[in-house]
Design a protein around this ligand. Structure first.
Ligand SMILES: Nc1nc2c(ncn2[C@@H]2O[C@H](COP(=O)(O)OP(=O)(O)O)[C@@H](O)[C@H]2O)c(=O)[nH]1
Ligand SMILES: [Mg+2]
Length: 454
């Protein structure tokens, strides 16, 4: 049973538990520990991760998530963090790539995979055999290049790798990308380092990637650090992710060594190369489409809480934004404050300021039965549509009408706000009539800011 399947089982325990208490979470955490240790993740890392899950699990819930969703989400996020986040991106137009690594890790195979990957993206590519150490290396790469129809340079008579690369650069001077395959050794040693350094000096690659087989598991860390210190690699490619149970260990080890994994190899064929994205990788191996959905939901919720005053003042006002504002009752307090500071006589209706949690939930259910069009343009909601929404949501028609009535009241208030243009607002700020610093207190984090906070 691979890493994905085991992690999947642990997440299923969380998802399907009928009672969702500390015991359930502890059991699931044990399952996660087993899965990670079987994948050869360093024990200390596993313990740190599970401790974090336990600590986060019973913290205050973010708005809009259930306890179960919260625990699933943090577990998933911590796993993503463990194997390397989602920041690394494969370069679009590399000019020179040098692959290094120990013997048998998959360098030569990966050269042909990269050649295929980048030729599909329209680059003119030449590949170079700088493995002058093993006699068969030249033939292996030559055959692979012929199969792919990609330009190849090598010289079986030349023993100095840097001399081969020098000649190759001349031949490929008008190409978009040159990929150099270097020689490995059974173990990391001084001879290997000086050879790579010589190649590096001649070639000056913009990308120096270390190739590691997944089967080395957590030992990948040692290799990554050694190669990084010696020749400054700036990325890792992990091969044989298809065949090894230790892939999780290799990924987390490279992450710890701060060597970002750029690609993974998932088979012997030239097309078996994937850009590495921790999030995508995990949801796939765990067979979890809905985790992605859960993350999106959480993201939407956190963005909802980020409405800034000027967005509220100037943005579109519809049922969706109305609901968001209602939800953050604090914000409604602030809307009252805005009205006050602007010296505007009208007031936010009391019944809106005092909307209860219960009523909010009911509004939400009603809105879920509306189409997107109806939510952005509530005027569409005629008698027939109200009847349909009422049936769909299981709420009475008068409940639906109540939501619409409150919305209309707020819309009036907002029309007045929107009547103030930016110039006016700025002038008021200058004259000290408008203190956005104070205003912001009720609004939480902001996305962008047009007005200075004092
Ligand atoms: N299953 C699988 N095998 C791979 C992958 N990458 C390389 N290999 C195999 O690993 C072995 C060593 O590969 P090679 O490219 O010659 O390694 P090098 O010595 O580092 O150049 C070969 O048998 C390859 O077919 C991969 O992603 N998946
Ligand atoms: Mg090779």
């Amino acid at each position: 049973m691979g890493l994905g399947e085991k992690l999947h089982n642990a997440m299923e325990m969380l998802r399907k538990a009928t009672v969702f208490d500390r015991e359930t979470i502890k059991e699931a955490i044990k399952e996660i520990q087993r899965a990670l240790i079987a994948a050869d993740v360093e024990v200390q890392l596993v313990l740190d991760l599970t401790k974090k899950i336990e600590a986060e699990a019973f913290k205050e819930l973010p708005k809009g998530l259930t306890r179960r969703e919260h625990v699933l989400k943090i577990t998933y996020e911590l796993l993503v963090e463990l194997i390397g986040g989602t920041e690394t991106k494969a370069p679009e137009k590399p000019k020179r790539i040098l692959l290094v690594g120990l013997y048998g890790q998959g360098k030569t195979t990966t050269v042909s995979k990269l050649a295929k990957y980048y030729s599909k993206r329209g680059l003119k590519i030449g590949i170079v055999c700088a493995d002058t150490y093993r006699p068969a290396a030249f033939e292996q790469l030559k055959q692979l290049s012929e199969k792919l129809g990609i330009a190849f340079y090598g010289n079986p008579k030349e023993k100095k790798a840097d001399a081969v690369v020098k000649e190759a650069l001349k031949q490929f001077s008008n190409f978009d990308l040159a990929i150099v395959d270097s020689a490995g050794r059974d173990a990391f040693n001084a001879e290997l380092v000086s050879e790579i350094k010589a190649v590096n000096n001649v070639f000056r690659p913009d990308y120096k990637w270390l190739v590691i087989g997944a089967d080395v598991g957590q030992l990948a860390k040692k290799q990554a650090i050694a190669f990084h210190d010696a020749v400054g690699v700036n990325g890792v490619i992990i091969t044989r992710m298809d065949g090894s149970a230790k892939g999780g260990g290799a990924l987390s080890a490279c992450n710890i060594a701060k060597c970002p994994v750029v690609f993974i190899g998932t088979g012997e064929k030239a097309e078996d190369l994937e850009e590495f994205d921790a999030q995508r990788f995990l949801s796939r191996v765990m067979g979890y489409g809905d985790l992605q959905g859960l993350l999106e939901k959480a993201k939407e919720l956190s963005e909802e809480q980020e409405l800034s005053p000027e967005e509220i003042l100037q943005g579109a006002f519809n049922l969706e934004t109305f609901y968001q504002q209602l939800k953050a009752t604090k914000k409604m307090g602030s809307i009252g404050k805005i009205a006050e500071m602007l010296g505007m006589k009208m007031q936010v209706p009391k019944e809106i300021l005092e909307t209860t949690e219960e009523k909010l939930d009911s509004f939400k259910i009603i809105m879920d039965s509306m189409t997107k069009q109806e939510k952005t343009n509530p005027d569409l909601l005629n008698h027939k549509r109200i009847e349909r929404v009422s049936k769909g949501s299981g709420k009475t028609e008068s409940q639906v009408r109540e939501l619409l009535k409150q919305f209309k009241q707020m819309q009036k208030v907002f029309k007045k706000f929107k009547g103030l243009d930016e110039a006016k607002l700025e002038k008021m700020q200058k004259n000290g009539k408008l203190d956005f610093g104070k205003l912001l207190q009720g609004f939480g984090p902001k996305k962008k800011q047009k007005f200075k906070i004092r």
